[in-house]
Write a protein that binds this ligand. Structure first.
Ligand code: PMT
Length: 398
């Protein structure tokens, strides 16, 4: 898998001589799988043309906070939410100061205030400006707030001075961000994940199932690969495509899901049950199509399926076992009951009475519940919720 596969990156270009190197940064990110959007300050346009960066990124340049057309296409808040990573390169002394003081009078300033993305800064300025106490104070404040600095490098500057202030070279910037975002916190661990619905066949053409699309479970599998884990994904019938690094096992029924999960559990450190497993299946399977002409009413007797999650928790006590709870009322309370009754390490509740999250949509909003705490993860794309869930699991098992 490429380092930046499925990553949305915003490159903010500010007005310094090193702006000409931004085209190369974009090229390297794209080559490594990223979708890149470019934000330019007005002064950046004095050093490199928007047309160049538009051509290299393959996307329209974003340069205005108050342009109605630009805002209707993708406004600053949407941009801020879209990004997984924001890089400011080159970052001038003025831009550093602006971000430190939270000024939002242009697109870049507003974006940095509004985003939850990881923000990286590659400063580029004259060495005396960099070493000046004001800039050093700004650097310290932003570092303490969790923004990551790349450089500046030392060497000969455009003005002829020699010292710290050169922008770090594009290939080094991209590889530093790659190793920091793909830290591999789950490397060496095997995770088995279930996703999607199960189908309980009534006859050859009819079955009992539900609306799970598999998106949440597949997002967890992808995020686990990003974080370095070995991943087994036991998937019900969905129309999603799994990354080739994922070991996929396609099943139909709850019984098949149980069998497949159990075959992976000896080697699994973590189990995450995200599938919407059918709670019931028909007692008898009719092996020819039931004819509607045969009767006015059809009674199908159902039996309860085995609970995969409970069985995993019971038989694999050394594994960290995580369930999901799809609830429509008393969400947190019902989820806590499942945490206890199924003897889990963690349960993740989602309120599926809200149709804009949970089943068959791209976003979710969840509570991550353990015996000790409840962490609320506000509404976001499933891939980002998945990354946060895995980071919480990682911190709990360490
Ligand atoms: O697939 P998407 O469209 O992206 O939707 C995601 C989702 C809403 C399906 C997902 O976020 C979710 O909530 N999954 C769990 C759905 C569910 O079946 O919840 P439940 O509360 O009925 O079950 C509780 C837990 O027991 C779940 O971890 C479930 O996988 C597990 N279970 C249930 C029954 C059973 N026989 N065996 C099980 O392992």
């Amino acid at each position: 898998m490429l380092s930046f596969s499925k990553k949305n990156i915003i490159l903010c270009v500010t007005g310094g001589i090193a702006a000409y190197k931004s085209a190369e940064i974009i090229r390297l990110f794209k080559k490594d799988g990223a979708d890149v959007r470019v934000v330019m300050t007005e002064s950046a346009k004095e050093f490199i043309t928007p047309l160049t960066l538009q051509a290299v990124s393959g996307n329209q340049i974003h340069d205005s906070l108050l342009d109605a057309d630009a805002e209707s296409a993708m406004g600053h808040i949407e941009l801020a939410k879209w990004a997984d990573i924001i890089l400011i390169a080159p970052c001038t002394a003025e831009s550093l100061s602006k971000i430190t003081h939270g000024r939002a009078d242009d697109l870049m300033g507003a974006l940095i205030l509004a985003t939850n993305a990881d923000v990286y800064i590659a400063p580029a300025m004259n060495m005396n400006m960099w070493l000046d106490k004001t800039t050093q104070d700004n650097y310290k404040i932003l570092s303490e707030r969790g923004l990551s600095f790349i450089g500046p490098a030392e060497g000969e500057q455009a003005c002829g001075d020699i010292g710290p202030g050169r922008m770090v070279e594009p290939n080094e910037i991209v590889s530093l961000i790659s190793s920091s975002t793909n830290r591999g916190i789950l490397s060496g661990l095997t995770i088995t994940i279930t996703a999607g619905p199960t189908r309980e066949q009534i006859d050859p053409v009819r079955f009992i199932s539900n609306n799970s699309s598999g998106k949440m479970g597949y997002a967890i599998a992808e995020a686990a690969i990003e974080l370095g884990a070995n991943v087994n994904l036991v998937s019900g019938p969905v129309s999603l495509h799994a990354d080739k690094a994922i070991n996929i096992s396609n099943i139909n029924s709850a019984d098949e899901m149980l069998e497949s999960v159990m075959s992976f559990m000896d080697e699994s450190n973590i189990f995450i049950g995200c599938a919407a497993v059918s709670d019931f299946s028909p007692v008898d399977y009719i092996d020819t199509k039931i004819k509607k002409e045969d009767s006015e009413q059809l009674d199908i007797q159902l039996k309860k399926n085995k609970d995969i999650l409970s069985l995993v928790a019971e038989h694999f006590k050394n594994s960290y076992v995580v369930g999901f709870a799809a609830e429509t009322s008393n969400v947190e309370e019902n989820a806590k009951n499942k945490l206890n009754s199924k003897n889990l390490n963690m349960i993740i509740s989602n309120d599926v009475s809200d149709q804009s999250i949970g089943f068959d949509v791209d976003e979710n909003e969840v509570n991550v519940i353990t015996k000790n705490e409840t962490i609320f993860l506000k509404r976001d794309k499933k891939i980002r919720i998945a990354r946060q869930i895995l980071k919480i699991i990682h911190s709990n098992i360490n």
